[in-house]
Design a protein around this ligand. Structure first.
Ligand code: HPA
Length: 273
């Protein structure tokens, strides 16, 4: 058994000592979306390198910072950067932000990511509310993780994404006049982008967007009894649909262009929760 409380004992002790509040919500910022942290009032910032056992971030655009922020009287815990399976980390490291969030007493987690568009009605720069996931590519590892950790996994059928939380996101988009697509997020391990043939299959099997994160975080959070909701920013059309080669630069450039829309949406979500 992997005892996460034991594995991350020193880290949790330090964090619990330093945390200025119990967060109302936690937010994980995906590739290129890290700037949102600067839109909130920061009470305290902790560099993940100062936390014993926290895996170092290896991806440009993932800062490795945890901010304790305030927005309209809400206590918001912001992870500027996440831990990916394709960085060579094991799943019990990848879910660390979720575990930390839970240990600080947070009941809600909002996950964001950059994703490739598979649905032909989507365009680069669109936002997509995740209505369901396909995580078949990492199901075994995830089942093993949940089976062998000491988390309270009484919940056998996860209510995730949480419908009421997704409804808040739809209302937030409506209030701010932001158009938001809805669809299925298809997880791939990466680090390589998919092949055109894989994307063709994904589309036929009901995937609307592809990405290399979020799914395991959402499942793990649901197992811990947290409410989850997730939004993808479509930073590129996926391989074979896009006419050019996909790159991390394209992902961050599009994220930059769609930043204001994303920020307005997230602020309204925080106001509504
Ligand atoms: N595929 C997988 N992950 C991604 C993509 C993509 O096309 N774009 C951004 N993240």
């Amino acid at each position: 058994m992997v005892d996460l409380d034991f594995k991350y004992k020193d880290l949790l002790q330090k964090l619990q000592k330093e945390a200025p509040f119990k967060p109302d919500i936690s937010l994980i910022l995906g590739s290129g979306l890290g700037d949102f942290a600067d839109r909130l009032e920061k009470l305290k910032t902790i560099s993940t390198t100062s936390l014993p056992g926290y895996p170092p971030s290896t991806i440009p655009g993932h800062e490795g910072k945890i901010h304790f922020c305030k927005y309209q009287n809400k206590n918001v815990l912001v992870f500027q950067g996440r831990i990916h399976f394709y960085e060579g980390y094991s799943l019990n490291q990848c879910i660390l932000p979720v575990f930390i969030t839970h240990k600080l007493g947070t009941k809600k987690i909002f996950l964001t990511n950059a994703a490739g568009g598979v649905n032909l009605d989507f365009a680069s720069g669109d936002l997509m509310l995740i209505t369901s996931f396909n995580g078949i590519n990492i199901k075994k590892e995830l089942t093993d993780l949940i089976g062998i950790t000491n988390i309270n996994s009484k919940i056998k059928f996860h209510d995730f994404p949480t419908e009421s939380f997704n409804n808040i996101i739809k209302t937030a988009a409506k209030n701010k006049n932001i158009s938001i697509k809805e669809g299925v997020y298809w997880y791939n391990k990466g680090p390589a982008y998919e092949t055109p043939a894989e994307i063709e299959m994904t589309g036929k099997l009901g995937g609307d967007a592809v990405g290399m994160s979020t799914y395991h975080e959402a499942v793990f959070a649901a197992n811990l009894g947290m409410e989850t909701a997730s939004v993808s920013l479509i930073t590129n059309m996926a391989a074979g649909i896009s006419e050019h080669k996909i790159s991390h630069e394209e992902v961050t450039e599009t994220a930059n262009l769609a930043k204001v829309k994303f920020e307005n949406l997230v602020k309204e979500i925080l106001a509504l929760i």
